[in-house]
Structures are given as structure tokens and as C-alpha cells.
Ligand binder design. Structure first.
Ligand code: 4AD
Ligand code: MG
Length: 463
């Protein structure tokens, strides 16, 4: 059985002419018997649509075909002919049906319309549903589009490490990587002696590839990294995952405005690409997930995003007259409800907020002349809130060392990072786009757990 000779069902459905001999393979969605033949709806994950197979009672193994359950896998050879029935252009009249793998009544996806919660419990089977098939095809396409965006612009793809010794965001939300015997750790002066650990130091899963991307930007000028990142943050929300993917460009000789421009361009590019490349999938989302989806996506592609400073955002929120759960004051973080008010109620479009108070942002952000704010950006979108976080980086050695001390970091631990400011320092900027949040925005799917193949969230890492 060679997979290559089979026709993807998507291609069969889009055929421009009948075909005498074609072979498809996939999983049975439904089987319905009439007196002389059976209808089998077959799906191979290439399209949200199924191919209708006609299995005549004259097939030598028709008795077995009549026992085929939802979930079974088959390979079908036959003729692609114009369909008599409604709803499809082509159907496949089978000469031969090979039953590859049977499935019994315990197959959990017997019917449509399961809740997202139920589907999460069968994360290994949910890609076989139309909706999740669409989500993960869009995810694949979007990853490709992200690479295309940067490669077309001459950015160099850098594989930043997954295991790292530094806490880029300084939020202490790190998963430790260690081979120390937790039952009996080596100790020195009463404390665990990490000098005896695998890397002879403390190491963690990375929260961001930024610091290492900066090193490469300060050599190759425009770079990006795109990989998994990990946060041991105990937030159980629909927008937070403990393992998620981030697209992080980093640009030398680039200031905050250049950074905002690129973030806006990237978000629009990814939406436009999905609009063009995944029409069937987006239509399915518009039908079953979010009726407003296509109109909202088109609107976002067409209009410039709003740009306001953090101070302006706080003023607007305070004058809004809204009764927020978290009161807003200068110096506090924007909460999800604030972000949503700005994008959904006030501006009714994506908003880039910039120049945040230095106290609420990480050590690496560049201090502004006012002494109070740093050159940070957060790009907010309707329905989700923050989708991009970034900044211009502090390129001045002494300022950066001061920032580190203010954040209770020891500059000696970051010698390599400070070297970038010692040797040929340049203004540089970058940001991180949360890949799953972007997917949520494009698909309308409202929970991050449903746009990542196997979600890791606090208390949950099954599969
Ligand atoms: O704002 P964040 O924390 O920024 C950084 O990590 C920077 N070092 C990026 C950079 O400048 N290179 O995260 C960036 C984006 C957020 O805007 C959000 O979209 C996403 O990553 N993100 C998460 N997505 C899912 N689950 C989480 N727990 C996330 N935390 C951040
Ligand atoms: Mg952020």
C-alpha cells in the first residue's frame, strides 16, 4: 500500500472531469445502507468536506462493508462520476474497498456536536472532526506564512535554544530543567547544589527566544525565531497556555515605530494569507464558530491600527464611565477587560499601546527621555486582547546595568548579553507574536486549548 498513489479527497472533490480509475483512503464518517448499496462518507483530513463513496452490494466483501463503523479506515478504488445526489459534484463508485482498520461502537466521535470540553478529553481523536481538522490545517498554513513573510523580507531564521539559563521576562515563571535526584539532591551549605546538576548550573525551559535573537540581530541585522516557549504561570484562562509558540523578530538599527509597523504588517499579512489560502476552513468557522468572523478579518486587513500611549489609554479608560472589575490607575497593568474595552468598545479596531511605565515592564526595555516610561508596545485585538508584546531594547550599557539592578538581577550573570552593548551596540527592537492567540483571532475559536494540538495548562498535560 503506497500512500503516494492515492488521491487526496480535496483534489477528488475539486476535479474538473470524471475519472475512470482513482484511489482514495481515509476514515469513515458515516455509513448508510439502502437495499442495493451503501453510502459511505469518507474523510482524509485534506478538506472539511467528505467524499461520498457508493458501495454496491455486488462488491465481493460487501458483507464486511456493511459492518463498517464510523471511525474505520478504508482504501477505495473506483470511478469518480458526477453525483446524482444533492450537495456534492462528484462521488466515487467503488470497484474495490479494502478495510484497513476497523472501529467499534466505542469510537467516541459517533455524532457531531460534541462540546469543546469533551473534545479536549479526546485530543488524540479530535483532529478527525471537521472543525479541528480545519483548525490544524490553518495552523500549518499560518506557520508557513509566517516563515514566508520573514524570508521574503530577508530576515534570517534563528533556532534559539529551548533550554536556557536566563529568565528573559524576569517574571519567575520558569520550568526547571534538571536531572538532580529529587529524592536525594546534592546539598551545599544546606541548599541544593546545582553545580552538580547536568549543566553545572540552574537551567530552565525558555520563556522567550528574545535574548538570544538579539545576539543574532546584532550580527545578521534582521532575524526571527519561531518556536515553543514555556511559562509556569498559574493562569487558568482561555488565552494562556503553559506551552505555546511564539514568533519573535528582532531588528538591528530599528526603533519603536519600525517595530510597530512590522507588527501591524505581520498581523495583517497572516490574516490576508489565511483568507486567500484557507477559504473552506474560514467558511466553516464563519458558519459554526463565529458569524462575524469574515467581516471582522476583512475590516482588520483594510484599516490602519490605532496607536496610543499607555498614558492616553489610561485616561480613556478612566473617563469611560465603565465599571471595571479591576480599577485602572496609572502604573497598573492593563487587564483583559481594559484591553477589550479599548479594542471592542472604543476604537473598534486593533490598537497598539506604547510607552508603558517602566515598573511594569521587563529589564531589557529602553528607557524613554521622560525617565518614567519605557519604549514598549502591546498590540491588542478585539476578542482576545494582547496578541503582540515587544519593545525597543536598551542598547546603552550603563542604563541596561541600572535596569538590571532595579529588577534585582546581577549584571554579572548576563555578561554575554551585556557584551552586545560593549561591542558595536546599536538601537534595536523586536516583539513576540503569540502564535495561538493569532490563530484564535483568525479562526474565531475562543479557547487557546482548541488551537494547539495537545494543550498544556496548569493541572493538565495528558497525552
Ligand atoms: O508579552 P510577552 O511576554 O513578550 C515576550 O516574551 C517578549 N520577550 C517578546 C519579544 O519581544 N521578543 O509575550 C509575547 C506574546 C504575548 O503578546 C502573547 O500573544 C503571547 O506571547 N503569550 C502567550 N500566549 C499563550 N499563553 C501564554 N501563557 C502567553 N504568554 C504570552
Ligand atoms: Mg506581554
Amino acid at each position: 500500500m503506497t500512500q503516494l498513489s492515492a488521491t487526496p479527497i480535496k483534489d477528488a472533490l475539486q476535479s474538473t472531469a470524471p475519472m475512470d480509475a482513482i484511489r482514495v483512503q481515509g476514515w469513515v464518517r458515516t455509513r448508510r445502507d439502502t437495499k442495493d448499496f451503501s453510502f459511505i462518507e469518507l474523510n482524509d483530513g485534506s478538506s472539511p468536506r467528505n467524499l461520498q463513496v457508493i458501495a454496491k452490494s455486488s462488491l465481493p466483501n460487501y458483507a464486511e462493508v456493511q459492518r463498517l463503523n464510523t471511525g474505520a479506515s478504508i482504501s477505495v478504488s473506483g470511478a469518480l462520476v458526477a453525483s446524482q445526489g444533492k450537495g456534492q459534484k462528484w462521488e466515487l463508485v467503488a470497484d474495490r474497498i479494502e478495510i484497513v482498520g476497523t472501529a467499534d461502537d466505542s469510537y467516541p466521535l459517533q455524532k457531531k456536536g460534541h462540546t469543546p470540553e469533551f473534545m479536549r478529553e479526546i485530543a488524540h481523536l479530535r483532529p478527525r472532526s471537521s472543525l479541528f481538522g480545519c483548525v490544524f490545517r490553518v495552523r500549518s498554513r499560518l506557520a508557513f506564512a509566517a516563515h514566508q513573510f520573514f524570508q521574503d523580507r530577508g530576515f534570517v531564521y534563528v533556532h534559539t535554544p529551548i533550554i536556557t539559563g536566563s529568565d528573559c521576562e524576569g517574571a519567575g515563571e520558569l520550568f526547571r530543567v534538571s536531572t538532580i535526584d529529587i529524592e536525594n539532591p546534592p546539598r551545599k551549605n544546606g541548599e541544593i547544589d546545582y553545580a552538580q546538576d547536568f549543566f553545572a548550573r540552574q537551567t530552565y525551559l525558555t520563556v522567550s527566544g528574545q535574548l538570544e535573537a538579539e545576539a543574532f540581530a546584532c550580527a545578521l541585522t534582521n532575524v526571527y525565531t519561531f518556536g515553543p516557549t514555556f511559562r509556569a504561570e498559574n493562569s487558568n484562562t482561555s488565552r494562556h497556555a503553559s506551552e505555546f509558540w511564539m514568533i519573535e523578530p528582532e531588528m538591528a538599527f530599528c526603533d519603536l515605530t519600525g517595530n510597530m509597523d512590522l507588527a501591524e504588517e505581520l498581523v495583517k499579512y497572516l490574516i490576508a494569507d489565511a483568507r486567500r489560502q484557507c477559504p473552506e476552513e474560514l467558511e466553516l468557522f464563519a458558519k459554526f464558530v463565529d458569524k462575524e468572523l469574515l467581516a471582522r478579518l476583512d475590516f482588520v486587513i483594510e484599516r490602519p491600527f490605532q496607536r496610543i500611549t499607555y498614558t492616553e489609554a489610561v485616561d480613556l479608560l478612566r473617563k469611560s464611565g465603565e465599571n471595571f472589575e479591576f480599577p485602572i490607575d496609572y502604573g497598573s497593568n492593563l487587564q483583559s477587560e481594559h484591553e477589550r474595552w479599548l479594542t471592542e468598545k472604543h476604537f473598534k479596531c486593533p490598537v497598539t499601546v506604547f510607552n508603558f511605565p517602566k515598573e511594569i515592564k521587563p529589564f531589557y526595555m529602553r528607557s524613554n527621555e521622560d525617565g518614567r516610561t519605557v519604549a514598549a508596545i502591546d498590540l491588542l485585538v478585539p476578542g482576545i486582547g494582547e496578541i503582540v508584546g515587544g519593545s525597543q531594547r536598551e542598547e546603552r550599557l550603563e542604563m541596561l546595568e541600572d535596569n538590571m539592578r532595579r529588577h534585582n538581577m546581577d549584571p554579572a550573570d548576563y555578561k554575554w548579553y551585556l557584551d552586545l552593548r560593549r561591542y558595536g551596540t546599536v538601537p534595536h527592537s523586536g516583539f513576540g507574536l503569540g502564535f495561538e492567540r493569532m490563530l484564535m483571532f483568525i479562526t474565531g475559536v475562543s479557547n487557546i486549548r482548541d488551537v494547539i494540538p495537545f494543550a498544556r495548562t496548569p493541572g493538565s498535560a495528558e497525552f
